[in-house]
Design a protein around this ligand. Structure first.
Ligand code: SAM
Length: 214
């Protein structure tokens, strides 16, 4: 008998996330809840819970589940946060964020991806997300500051604009490196200033824009 989507998600959570050290119960609950197969083309739905990225068109990808979980866990969200996401992509991570925090502002540079994400989020009844099309490396000044910022594409350095939009106590997660390999960097704004740490290697598609790869 074939597995149900719930069973595939449970297998992903146990085999890919818990087995590799994801312990945040809220992050695990979000991965159990959000139907990842809805965020990929129907022809790829059967692969949605596998341990790798998948193409979403326009040369972009929905990231490997573990990488998304790792980044979300690093943000340490507890539920009341306002979050900026740069790189909506399929909208999957946006949906996870929407169940982990209070209000999500997500920016995508490719209009077709933003439109598709908006449609799926609406179909799923996810209402605490504002989407916009544009260069997310310029931040979202009208809604700043943010308690957390997550950039799901790779930048050559941490954009100053995004650090400026972080509230005190806020955290910014971003892959930093060249176009082929990066380190996942976590920047935290404390009352004394900014501090950052490297949390490990990763490979993301490039941030394209003013503070990215042009
Ligand atoms: N987290 C997404 C998901 O769950 O599907 C995957 C994001 S994908 C790895 C990175 C996305 O960042 C792509 O959709 C790309 O178009 C977008 N992107 C790249 N540069 C950008 C920029 N300057 N502003 C906004 N989005 C950008």
């Amino acid at each position: 008998m074939s597995r149900s989507w719930d069973e595939w998600r449970e297998k992903m959570v146990k085999g890919q996330l818990i087995a590799r050290g994801i312990t945040d119960s809220r992050v695990l609950a979000a991965f159990r809840k959000i139907p990842r197969h809805r965020f990929v083309e129907p022809r790829l739905a059967a692969h949605a819970y596998e341990d790798h990225p998948l193409e979403i068109g326009f040369g972009q990808t929905i990231s490997q589940p573990f990488m998304v979980a790792y980044m979300l866990q690093a943000l340490g969200l507890v539920g009341g946060e306002r979050v900026l996401e740069v790189g909506t992509g399929s909208g999957y991570e946006t949906a996870l964020l929407a169940s982990l925090a209070q209000e999500i502002f997500s920016c995508e540079r490719i209009p077709e991806l933003a439109a598709s994400a908006e449609k799926i989020l609406k179909e799923l009844g996810i209402a605490n997300v504002s989407l916009r099309v544009g260069d997310g490396s310029r931040g979202w000044p009208e809604e700043a500051p943010f308690d957390a910022i997550i950039v799901s594409c790779a930048a050559p350095q941490v954009p100053q604009t995004l650090m400026d939009e972080l509230s005190v106590g806020g955290r910014l997660g971003i892959p930093i490196g060249d176009a082929s390999a990066q380190d996942f960097v976590l920047v935290e704004r404390t009352a004394q200033g900014l501090k950052s740490k490297q949390l490990g290697g990763c490979v993301f598609v490039p941030l394209v824009g003013e503070a990215g790869f042009r």
